[in-house]
Design a protein around this ligand. Structure first.
Ligand code: S5P
Length: 265
């Protein structure tokens, strides 16, 4: 199964240039940690990114929770991403018809398509969500962008069932637009089988449990070895630590060791 293959091997299967790039980045930088930078001030995100940058393969943003968003913030974030060699994932969770998604991606205040290497999208509206994202990009830009499709959620009581999960897998792997899909956001290794896609899994915390708004957590070892995660997304496990840099290093070590043990013969 795909979970026994190394990231180097999986890079060869990738149809989307960004998943190829991310697999390679993970293998060379030796990290499968994605930091969820869920902070409300631009400077706090930049400081966090600078401290944790050496330990992460990707920084995940929710740009609509930033109170003082500016183009300058994006310029600085891109500089930090280049300095520490990580990709930027805007967790926008697009969910509308293609024509609207195309505008939400490229236009408005945030112009997400101009700076986010990767974005997330729900599959609720079907294949046209991927087509909508591609629609606003020219041929060159299409090769430098990708989307992670949500096939499962970590929230307790979420409405996603087996059929929805299977259909999401089909959108991610079949048809002419699958080359724009970098991976799948999900909670289990049965979400998809194609080794060229990356499994992104949130709900990761050293202290398992729940928060008071339905979030459910598993340990780094559990998500990588039992749930098939290729990349673990960690937010509050790092954000709320007394020393964020140390916490990022710990999560990196534990996620990476779990991956090495998973692929070991
Ligand atoms: O099913 C999901 C999908 C996502 S992308 N559950 C999630 O929690 N996420 C995101 O992961 C969520 O939006 C948040 O940014 C992060 C988890 O943060 P934490 O603080 O709970 O680790």
């Amino acid at each position: 199964s795909r979970t026994k293959l190394t990231y180097e091997t999986r890079a060869n299967f990738a149809k989307n240039p960004l998943s190829k790039r991310l697999f390679t980045l993970m293998a060379t930088k030796k990290t499968n940690l994605c930091l969820a930078a869920d902070l409300n001030k631009a400077d706090d995100i930049l400081e966090l990114a600078n401290k944790c940058g050496p330990y992460i393969c990707m920084l995940k943003t929710h740009v609509d929770i930033i109170e003082d968003f500016s183009e300058g913030f994006i310029t600085n974030l891109k500089t930090v991403a280049k300095r520490h060699n990580f990709l930027i994932l805007e967790d926008r969770k697009f969910a509308d018809i293609g024509n609207t998604v195309s505008q939400q991606y490229g236009k408005g205040m945030y112009k997400i398509a101009s700076w986010a290497n990767l974005v997330t999208a729900h599959t609720l509206s079907g294949r046209s969500i991927v087509q909508g994202l591609k629609a606003g990009l020219d041929d060159n830009a299409k090769k430098q962008r990708g989307v992670f499709l949500l096939a499962e959620m970590s929230a307790k009581g979420n409405l996603i069932d087996e059929k929805y999960k299977e259909s999401s897998n089909k959108i991610a792997t079949e048809g002419g637009d699958a080359d724009f899909v970098s991976g799948v956001v999900c909670q289990s290794s049965t979400c998809f089988g194609f080794p060229g896609l990356i499994q992104l899994t949130p709900g990761v915390k050293i202290d398992e449990g729940v928060d008071n708004l339905g979030q459910q957590y598993e340990t780094p070892e559990h998500v990588v070895k039992e749930r098939g995660a290729d990349i673990g997304i960690v937010g509050r496990g790092i954000l709320q630590a007394a020393n964020v840099e140390k916490a990022a290093a710990t999560y990196r070590d534990r996620l990476w060791t779990a991956y090495l043990e998973r692929v070991a013969k």
